[in-house]
Design a protein around this ligand. Sequence first.
Ligand code: ATP
Length: 328
Amino acid sequence: MHKISKLAVLTSGGDAPGMNPCIRSVVRTAIYNGLEVVGIRRGYQGLIEDDMYVMEARSVSNILNLGGTILKTARCLPFRTDEGMETSYQNLKKRGVDALVVIGGDGTFTGALRFSQKYPDIAVMGVPGTIDNDLYGSTYTLGFDTATNTVIEAIDKIRDTADAHDRLFFIEVMGRDSGAIALRAGISCGAEAILLPEKEMAIENLIENLKAGQYNKKSSSIVIVAEGDKHGGAYDIAKLVQKEVKFYDVKVTILGHLQRGGSPSAFDRVLGSRLGFAAVNALISGKSQMMVGLQANYIKLTSIEEALNQHEFKLEEDLMQMAEILSI
Ligand code: ATP
């Protein structure tokens, strides 16, 4: 069994609340087990540029409550090239690093798997850190809960003004390929309709729904649009609907990047701590090319390959149906 002695950790891709609790957990679990730890700044960019520093238990003090990531994150094109990977490998070897924890989404995992297949003497463990909740092998990804709560808080406020003015709001939330945030937020806020990339809703049906709502004396309506919906963004859909729905004043809100920030929820703090702890323990026990994830409230390992191949978010039809019924 390949025994590790020095571990590096990075965050990559879009930032997600809960990354900091996870970094803290990785660093302290590793130190507790006698490993040395190196933090890599700006994801794979820092790996290529050798932008790393030694981390101690105190390097991660008072970060549990912070959004973003103290290691910073980046999208890094050169890491996709053979040269970029070779430079990264040499930088790790030079420092004696023999294990790597990557916290990120599917792009991060794709890079990690390629790297580890090329250089199997560096053990790699993935932590699903993305607000999109679109990785197979973990019921919830790090940051999804906080982001959804942020969205809910914003929509509750919009509902107040929508109600006061008899308005129809189209609210666009994050999710280019995944409607996970839109669906959970839609259920939580009683949205009259939820438009997702995974399921196309005909505009005529949407208009019928809204008319039925008005007939049933609804004083306001909220339609949540995931940014990856096939009709285009919330503005495009609002334009299509406005012509037919005269009884409401139509407004659009794009929630944008406020969805990524903020202090992680209790759920994400605990999840980040558990995933980081499990990632280090899996590396110590000789595992590599795996992802730690939450399944039925237990931490389980899935191969990165499987997590990527099955990664498509499966639309939860039952939740979709329930949301429709509960919003009559
Ligand atoms: P999120 O979904 O939250 O945005 P992500 O990890 O999917 O997170 P990406 O920007 O897709 O974010 O990927 C992060 C980084 O992973 C990329 O900037 C790149 O450095 C690396 N990466 C992605 N795909 C590959 C690949 N095919 N080969 C090597 N590296 C890759």
